[in-house]
Design a protein around this ligand. Structure first.
Ligand code: AMP
Length: 561
């Protein structure tokens, strides 16, 4: 996002990528100012109809990278048979991608339908028979509909495999092969994957024609970030505004630059932080030069303490007083991270870079660590007690400074006026209370849940990553058995050809658990035992009874050791 140049040097915005007007309007309405690197690189090729193999993790903007070209090619005729099929590993992602397609295609009245296990099939059958433009499906449910004849693939022009490596890990290889073989041979095939192991390359070889290869993540890193203290706080989206407030209270920046992804987010966060008593100003691409200069002036002279900005708006921004850079979201490319945090730590000064991340962005952070070869320390969001302790420290420091100032005699008349109302100690405490409260040391009683232990994936590549010099990001795959883990007995084992991926795939496809919630898995000759969160045991049992694993009916029940 901060590196919007082509090799030729010109700046490429959304309007230069060849997208139609309705889409550009939708993007402006969403507050997207500039394409992310994967969008800039992928969209022109996809618009030309090329096949593509893209290495990109979640958070890079990959959904829009494949969704925009698909929507671009759809005319707003009444929907009939689907023209695009997106295959995703989980139901959460199916819903997320459908929402994205809906948002981007709003002006064109694009009809998109998510189909996944766990949802009544009748509803999906009805929706399919009414006609849709785009189907977003998990592999198992897609196969189910293909077999029933309810999902016709004859009109499919584009197939997209999203998070392809994840799908292979979950045991969906055969399903994916079947789906690809069931679509027209002259289709466009697009694959996005966070890693490109040989199995992905093999699928690409079999099913793609001269794919364009795109890799997001490599690039030059400056040494400038070495002096910057880099921390990350894992928090859920919902808690981000309070987490930001609390971290800023503890850090007490002189001036901080807070980066958001969209203009809309900038406006919303500015209102929220102002409401919480921060002197916050917004800076985004929609402002003219005079407005920008005014805002910058307020940050420089200390009138404002927070500048909340998009990448585009902050381009070229240079403020000497800046002590902190905050990523309100993990940036979509490691290069953006480096550019952003490089705003502090200039001319050999130290600085602080803070990132607020949802647990699912862990992989994107690991990429950044690999690229910068620097550690981003995982910190816990300050607790109510931490906050109180810090507020007391600040008040103590302020009173101590006033004691050494020497102009205290001016206030003798106040003390005389209070004679007889309490001891000097009580009067001092009352005065401190007034100061403490007036400073806005608000009483914030609600603890923010720590999300730093969530989002680990129990897979080999993440374990490899944990060897990086890193205090926590790629660390701690799920232990053998955790408190709160229950077990499910499944009546299929090695003899039935069952592998861990089959069980993970079946469960993730039929329930709202994701791969990382599932395990440990023990497969014996005639049965298997799968660990799942205790609270989900009954749901998993019901889901497994109602579905097939590797095409076989199975019995399932709670397992007690
Ligand atoms: P993804 O990698 O597709 O999961 O996207 C990550 C997030 O980035 C989503 O919340 C998108 O809405 C957002 N996003 C995608 N493209 C852009 C863009 N060009 N500008 C701002 N935000 C974007």
């Amino acid at each position: 996002m901060n590196d919007p140049q082509t090799p030729g040097g010109e700046h490429l915005g959304f309007a230069d990528l060849g997208l139609r007007e309705e889409l550009l309007r939708s993007l402006t309405a969403l507050g997207y100012e500039d394409p992310t690197p994967i969008q800039r690189q992928a969209i022109p090729h996809l618009l030309e109809g090329a096949d593509l193999l893209g290495q990109a993790a979640t958070g890079t903007g990959k959904t829009a990278a494949f969704a925009l070209p698909v929507i671009n090619g759809i005319d707003a005729d009444a929907p009939g048979e689907p023209v695009a099929l997106v295959i995703v590993p989980t139901r959460e992602l199916a819903v997320q991608v459908s929402e994205a397609v809906f948002k981007y295609g709003r002006e064109q009245h694009i009809k998109v339908l998510p189909i996944y296990g766990g949802q009544p099939i009748v509803r999906q059958l009805k929706a399919l028979s009414r006609g849709v433009h785009v189907v977003v499906a998990t592999p198992g449910r897609a196969i189910d509909h293909i077999h029933r004849g309810s999902l016709s693939l004859d009109s499919i022009r584009t197939v997209i495999l999203d998070e392809a490596d994840e799908m292979l890990d979950m045991g969906f290889t055969e399903d994916i092969e079947t789906i690809l073989r069931s679509t027209p041979t002259d289709r466009q095939t697009v694959m996005f994957s966070a890693t490109i192991p040989p199995r992905i390359t093999a699928i690409a070889k079999r099913h793609q024609r001269n794919p364009v290869n795109i890799h997001i993540g490599a690039g030059e890193v400056s040494e400038a970030t070495a002096l910057i203290r880099q921390t990350v706080y894992f928090v859920d989206r919902f808690h981000k505004p309070s987490a930001l407030g609390r971290v800023l209270d503890i850090e007490a920046p002189t001036a901080a630059l807070v980066f958001c992804r969209t203009r809309t987010e900038v406006d919303e966060l500015t209102v929220t932080m102002s409401g919480r008593g921060y002197r916050a100003e917004a800076l985004h691409g929609g402002m003219d030069q005079a407005q920008r200069d005014r805002v910058m002036g307020r940050l420089r002279d200390g009138t404002a303490e927070l500048l909340i900005a998009t990448d585009v708006a902050a381009r070229g921004l240079d403020v000497d007083t800046l002590t902190h850079v905050v990523n309100y979201e993990v940036p979509s490319a490691p290069e953006s991270y480096v550019h952003r945090i490089g705003r502090v730590g200039r001319a050999g000064r130290s600085g602080v870079a803070i990132t607020l991340a949802e647990p699912r962005r862990r992989r994107l952070l690991s990429n950044i660590e690999r690229l910068t070869r620097q550690t981003i320390t995982v910190e816990k969001v300050p607790s109510v007690a931490d906050l109180r302790a810090r507020q007391i420290e600040v008040t103590v420091a302020a009173v101590r400074e006033a004691l050494s100032d020497g102009d205290l005699n001016d206030y003798n008349p106040v003390l005389h006026g209070l004679a007889g109302d309490g001891s000097d100690r009580d009067i001092a405490l009352a005065a401190i209370k007034l100061y403490h409260e007036a400073r806005g040391a608000t009483v914030d009683n609600v603890e923010i849940p720590d999300a730093s232990t969530r989002g680990h994936k129990p897979r080999d590549r993440d374990r490899d990553r944990s060897r990086a010099p890193n205090k926590g990001l790629g660390k701690s795959p799920r232990p053998a058995s955790q408190p709160g883990t229950g077990s499910v007995f499944v009546s299929l084992g090695k003899r039935a050809g069952i592998r861990p991926g089959d069980l993970v795939g079946a469960i993730a496809n039929e329930t709202d658990l994701s791969g990382r919630d599932i395990g440990p898995i023990r497969i014996s000759d005639n049965f298997s035992v799968v660990g799942v969160p205790e609270a989900s045991v009954d749901t998993v049992v019901a889901a497994l009874q109602a579905t097939t694993v590797r095409g076989k009916k199975t019995r399932a029940r709670r397992f007690v050791d």
